[in-house]
Design a protein around this ligand. Sequence first.
Ligand SMILES: Nc1ncnc2c1ncn2[C@@H]1O[C@H](COP(=O)(O)OP(=O)(O)OP(=O)(O)O)[C@@H](O)[C@H]1O
Ligand SMILES: [Mg+2]
Length: 242
Amino acid sequence: MPTSAEAPAALRVCDLTAGYGAGTVVKGVSLEVRPGERLCIIGPNGAGKSTLLRVLSGLRPPVSGTVSLLGEDVTHAPPDLRLRRGLVLVPEGRGIFYGLTVDENLTMGSVAFPRTQELENRERVLAVFPVLRQFRNRLAGLLSGGQQQMLAIARGLMAGPRVLMLDEPSLGLSPQAIRELVASLEAWCAAYGTAVLLVEQNSSVALRFAQRAYVMARGEFVYAGDTAAMAADGSLLKYYLQ
Ligand SMILES: Nc1ncnc2c1ncn2[C@@H]1O[C@H](COP(=O)(O)OP(=O)(O)OP(=O)(O)O)[C@@H](O)[C@H]1O
Ligand SMILES: [Mg+2]
């Protein structure tokens, strides 16, 4: 248990198991994201990364284990309650509304919150994603892939998360678009201290962005360590990600 002087973990997951029907996909996973920390989970196709994030956001029930958010047990809480408590998922494939404008998409990110908070968050979000300000009235479907991913993250940030979970944000983007996206995210984290749980197949992006990493394979964490050490030892990644 944390002492009174110690802040609770932003997100704590203990021995979480989940799956689909009889198939177990997440097998006894434990992790902790500290306040303001940038953590990544890397792993190959089908490792169970997206399933884990779906369970953490409340979209799928766990079979066993616990999830706590800022010291509060949310294992059985519905997704909207987790969102209002500060846990936001930007899903694989973005999930933005292509037929709505950038501004309208941003509004969708803050429907659960008071209007004053919406206005304040919109200003903050547009300050770190200036290209979205430039295209506020453009339909999301007309943006480039990189801009659409920025919009997906910006919409998540409209909820003012304490923990932002990102599922493969670099997928399909050019190196330049990834650099811009990461720079905006870093600016946001530096300004507001939001903790990030980043899931990636692209280990070089993840290891540059995050401070700590878990490697997930076949539903389990098979390695955990500081990203600097992992980046320095290429053979480690090759071994776990093959
Ligand atoms: N809706 C579903 N119903 C049944 N099985 C599923 C479903 N979604 C995923 N799975 C299975 O669960 C396993 C883990 O999938 P998951 O999408 O969590 O992996 P992932 O690590 O996110 O992979 P990727 O890197 O390809 O996104 C896979 O074997 C997949 O086929
Ligand atoms: Mg996935």
